[in-house]
Design a protein around this ligand. Structure first.
Ligand SMILES: Cc1cc2nc3c(=O)[nH]c(=O)nc-3n(C[C@H](O)[C@H](O)[C@H](O)COP(=O)(O)OP(=O)(O)OC[C@H]3O[C@@H](n4cnc5c(N)ncnc54)[C@H](O)[C@@H]3O)c2cc1C
Length: 345
């Protein structure tokens, strides 16, 4: 018979991305015990040079995380773009108090955050069941040969766009579009890249080129799954033709054939962000189009706000702060979506 382990904790966090790890760190600082569950999925293995804007650095400073994030990033001073043939230069020098943003190596940050988190991390293979009753949640997982039965007061979905907890609890997801990203890791061409980041539109979508390290750049092309054209983006040898009318992106295409990795990049939000004994954070709570460059900022913001709401829930035993958290998330998502729509139109 397989061994069965029973565990009890106040908070069970599912997902070991920036939002899940940061939340467990902040809860521990408040003296709230948690267990963090993680299931490795291929989507998390992608290394992206993710941009954090100057405005988010103040958030990191407030929670004493700026040094850790800076250790896993290079500073960036802006970006350039061409939208509908119009060239734009956005530099960060006029932003206060930080006059720079960060180009983050997410894998490195996760490694560093993990060292800071004392809570028990359990890697598992299979999520068997989540049962939510009024006062507690029972989660059953399988890790190799061991079956874990974990009882918690709250369960947190931090599984990104996978939304493993929300799906188990049958929470519907509202997806606003079907955007999809195709990523290629390319050797640097001789064409230089001011600020290490450029965005440009092409006929059926838009793309970015971004410095990853001394030798590699990441080119990502975005389109919609609704458009049959997206299938062409899967094959690197088509990129020459797709980018033929671009001014900058085409200059960064090196000769040769390269692997292309597809990732979901849609804007989506669950019908409910919180429940009686569950709450969602990061991409699980609201997923932004990468055009916003605010996915990591959202993960950080949600972790801070959720840690305060959870603290209130535990000390005051009421759901008011959960409802406020939900209202804030919905408000931010609506604002973001209006801006995004304007940009696309
Ligand atoms: C192409 C692309 C470019 C992007 N560029 C930027 C950018 O420039 N700037 C920016 O700020 N953001 C960017 N983002 C978005 C950013 O990466 C995410 O918003 C952010 O990482 C979300 O963090 P998270 O912790 O919520 O989720 P994730 O990082 O998705 O972490 C989720 C974690 O949950 C785990 N998991 C998944 N399923 C399960 C399960 N069933 N059980 C347990 N664990 C599970 C995963 O392994 C992972 O560790 C980009 C995204 C894409 C796709």
């Amino acid at each position: 018979m397989n061994p069965e382990t029973h565990l009890k904790t106040k908070i069970l966090i599912v997902g070991k991305g920036v939002s899940g790890l940061l939340l467990s760190y902040l809860l521990e600082k408040k003296g709230i015990e948690c267990i963090l569950l993680n299931k490795e999925v291929t989507a998390s293995a992608t290394i992206l040079a993710e941009t954090i804007p100057p405005s988010t650095l103040s958030l990191l400073k407030d929670i004493d995380m700026l040094t850790l994030f800076e250790k896993c990033a290079t500073k960036t001073y802006g970006y350039q773009s061409i939208w509908n043939g119009i060239f734009k230069n956005e530099d960060f020098f006029s932003h206060n108090p930080f006059k720079y943003g960060l180009k983050l190596n997410k894998r490195k940050v996760i490694f560093e955050l993990e060292k800071k988190v004392a809570s028990r991390i359990i890697n598992y293979n299979q999520l068997k069941n989540i049962t939510s009753k009024t006062s507690e949640v029972t989660t059953i997982i399988k890790s190799n040969n061991t079956k874990y039965v974990i009882e918690s007061s709250l369960i947190i979905d931090a599984t990104g766009r996978n939304r493993a907890v929300l799906n188990s609890l049958n929470t519907p997801i509202i997806s606003h579009d079907n955007n999809i990203a195709f990523i290629g890791y390319l050797p640097k061409t001789k064409t230089s890249l001011k600020y290490g980041f450029f965005t440009e539109t092409f006929e059926n979508g838009w793309g970015t080129i971004s410095d990853l390290n001394e030798t590699t750049r990441i080119m990502t092309l975005y389109s919609s799954k609704n458009d049959a054209f997206h299938k062409k983006l899967k094959v690197f040898s088509n990129w020459d033709e797709i980018l033929i009318n671009t001014q900058v992106l085409k200059k960064h295409l090196p000769p040769g054939d390269f692997k292309v990795i597809g990732r979901l990049a849609n804007s989506s939000i669950p019908q409910k962000i919180v429940g009686k004994n569950w709450l969602s954070v990061g991409d699980a709570a609201m997923a932004f189009d990468p055009i916003s460059s605010h996915g990591i900022s959202n993960a950080i913001y949600c972790a801070i706000k959720a840690s305060n709401s959870i603290n209130d829930f535990i000390t005051k035993n009421n759901l008011t702060s959960f409802n406020k958290y939900q209202e804030t998330i919905i408000k931010i998502f609506n604002q973001y979506y209006q801006i995004k729509e304007r940009l696309y139109s």
